[in-house]
Design a protein around this ligand. Sequence first.
Ligand code: SF4
Ligand code: SF4
Length: 465
Amino acid sequence: MEQSHDQKEQTPQEILRSVMQLCADCDTCRTMMEEDCAFFIELYRLVDQEKEEGIPIRESQLRYLTELCTLCGLCPCPKVPMDVMEAKSRYIEQEGMPLATSLLNDVPRMARLCGTFPRLVKAMQSNAVLGPLLRKATRIHAERQLPSFPKQNFFQWAAREGLARKSEGGHQVAYFAGCTAGYLFPQIGRSVVEILQHNGASVYVPPQQCCGMPYLVEGDRKRTLNLAQTNMQRLLETIRAGDDLIYSCPTCGFFLKRLLKDRAYYSDAFQQSVNAAEGELKVPAPEKGEGQFWHLKKLMYHGILKDDGYFSSIDPMDRIHLADHLFDFGFYLASLHAKGQLVTDFAPLPERMAYFAPCHLREQKMGRPYLDLLKLIPELDIEAVGSDYDCCGMGGVFGFKDHFHQKSLDLGEPLMKKFRAHNPQAIITDCMSCRLQFNHCLPYPVYHPVEVLARAYKGEASRQK
Ligand code: SF4
Ligand code: SF4
């Protein structure tokens, strides 16, 4: 995120006003994002209204605008959503975090509460009197389907299986499960472990917390930075021990690999590490080939290209080191396959499934590794559904919120239509936020790719929901 000295002094309203000015002048996202982003729809509506009808934008409308960016990463300029997050953090620093929001985002706390008070959750799901009251307290929309929390979460299972500690010897792989596989869909974490063990690896689950993405999106700067720092130290230990490090949730990956690293290359520490000459800024240029750089004139860019973004308080070399050594599990398996090291004794799965590559995977620019892997399963008829701009509309937990529920369904509808037209026996996607939305909108069972791969290794036909 670009944050000049001036921006450090700006109010949230001023930051939002400059974002609006930038996007109004550019105008690219007026048509490009008109069906895919509630933030841009509202931004252009407000700008047009002010310009054409002379109706000034109200304070409350600016504040509401920050609620509409889910940090999906679909828009072309990373600076824009990160500026919105900066503005939102400043609002929260003034207003405090609403209790309903902090509860809704805290999946580990929700899991603990639901495990401790299973009757409360049941009441929320089914009791005609208590249900609406409880939903009102947490601001969850009355019609939003709620996920159920499993009796045993993945971390408890992993501890019982002896995976909370590293075993001796062998090819060690550390697994960052994240909250969704950790607390909501433990079968995903178990499938990752099974796949790795089938390939001869020793898996362990290092101590970890939520990646921080839900807190970043809600403007909770303190919590976001605390989580990022804590996870980073623990994960760097696994890398320094020479172990491979993988994740199965594309949102965790987007946060830990991409957002955290944002602007770290502009830091003095990085510039010294790549021997930048006096008066130049060296910026990695993977598009030109491995180890290549863009050489920029410091005099022209040093005022703008600085490591002064949201995560600049964390060591830039640590942020880069983590990003470079942490891998999406699909990418990791596809790399093993490319080296001829992936076990491919998959049993046939005679089914017709549709694969959706979620926004946060697409934004990591690594292709669709799981789609290629799923094609290795004999008799599995698998096809990609959805374009590069399709979004399920859920936006993390945004789709649960009463004020965003209908917007979330509207944003996802173009994609839902494509699935209905395809009419698969099951949907496969790596993102569990998409899974919750698909479960809400469509009649098909939904799986993470690792669940299907693990079943094919075990020779199990797909289970229907
Ligand atoms: S996000 Fe970037 S491309 Fe889109 S309107 Fe704003 S400045 Fe233009
Ligand atoms: S990150 Fe996503 S929700 Fe936010 S402005 Fe960009 S496209 Fe819209």
